[in-house]
Write a protein that binds this ligand. Structure first.
Ligand SMILES: C[S@@+](CC[C@H](N)C(=O)[O-])C[C@H]1O[C@@H](n2cnc3c(N)ncnc32)[C@H](O)[C@@H]1O
Length: 317
């Protein structure tokens, strides 16, 4: 299996610093909902000798690599093959009900992009698969074959924020009538041909369409919505959830959920807010943080990251 170049964890120190007040104690449990190659988890286990990490990934290949990398930590690491919205089940497999820290580092890993046979990269010709878990579900090629033109427009527009969505959907419908679009090189060529000359130098025409297909194939936004709610519910009092998102659609979901959780239900101006109406969570810092210029220079994945953190208060229901 090709694991080179290794995935460089994004905002590693910032994530650990944000989790620190919650995970230093004896018996602390951290859920890494996006284990990947275990970069964040390895550092958590190194820095916090009393912590156990429950590492979730939907990609069996990532779990195999991470288990090998984290073998030295013995039973302080528990790997679970599932999706990160199933956090309660993952905790149960470690005989726990709550977590002191939860980390979600969204999206795909460098390893997934580098594995040519997965079809995530528009720069490499490969079968259009794009499933993070290849044991089930619908591939990108099947979506391109089966979806009605209107549905292709919707996913390119909603998940790719692609202005040329109708034009690209039309081109795909025309091209698939000649032969199914099963490989990335053909899709790139169809998209290139459909891009007006005036726009050909404004970024790669396939970038947003590939992103949209990946989100649709993996149901990423639906899973994220329930994952944030489930993660908030799984936090112990004083526990912290940190999320790294890489595009505006993900970050919007996190921002809205965090704002709702950290807002009191009491009417404005109430002199004493009853416990039941107090916010159950507080933002660890306001807004979203970004990576520094030196980090972006070292690791291009960090360029679009938005980092948010929230803590459970003892008022949470
Ligand atoms: C950006 S990588 C994480 C990298 C990791 N933090 C590290 O330092 O090595 C994201 C990982 O999350 C996994 N993933 C994405 N969506 C998921 C989901 N809904 N449930 C579980 N794992 C998911 C991907 O398979 C990928 O391995």
């Amino acid at each position: 299996m090709n694991t080179q170049p290794l995935h460089i964890p994004v905002l590693l120190d910032e994530c650990l610093d944000a989790l620190a007040p919650a995970i230093g104690g004896a018996g602390a449990v951290v859920v890494d909902g996006t284990l990947g190659l275990g970069g964040h988890t390895a550092e958590i286990l190194n820095r916090y000798p009393h912590a156990t990490v429950v590492g979730i990934d939907r990609d069996p290949r990532a779990l195999t690599v991470a288990r090998e990398r984290l073998r030295e930590f013995g039973d302080r690491f528990v790997g679970v093959h599932t999706t990160y919205d199933r956090i309660a089940d993952a905790l149960a497999s470690a005989n726990r009900r709550t977590a002191n820290g939860i980390l979600l580092d969204l999206g795909v890993s460098s390893m997934q992009i580098d594995e040519a046979d997965r079809g995530f990269a528009y720069s490499v010709d490969a079968p259009l698969d794009m499933r993070m878990d290849q044991s089930g579900g619908t591939t990108a090629a099947e979506i391109l074959r089966d979806y009605a033109e209107g549905d292709l427009i919707r996913i390119f527009r909603d998940y790719g924020e692609e202005k040329l969505a109708p034009r690209y959907a039309r081109a795909i419908v025309t091209a698939r009538a000649e032969a199914p679009i099963t490989r990335s090189a053909r899709l790139v060529s169809v998209l290139n041909d459909a891009t007006p000359y005036a726009l050909r130098n404004s970024g790669h025409p396939a970038k947003r369409v590939f992103q949209a297909l990946r989100i649709e194939v993996n149901g990423e936004l639906e899973i994220l919505r329930s994952a944030i709610d489930n993660a908030l519910a799984a936090l112990a009092v004083g526990g912290r959830l940190v999320v790294l998102s890489y595009h505006s659609l993900e970050d919007r979901i996190v921002k809205v959920a965090f704002a709702a959780a950290s807002t009191s239900a009491a009417p404005h101006g109430l002199p004493i807010v009853p416990m039941a109406l107090r916010a159950g969570y507080r933002l660890v810092f306001s807004g979203a943080r970004k990576a520094s210029a030196p980090e972006v220079a070292r690791n291009s994945r960090a360029a679009s990251v938005k980092f948010r953190a929230i803590e459970r208060l003892d008022t949470a229901a």
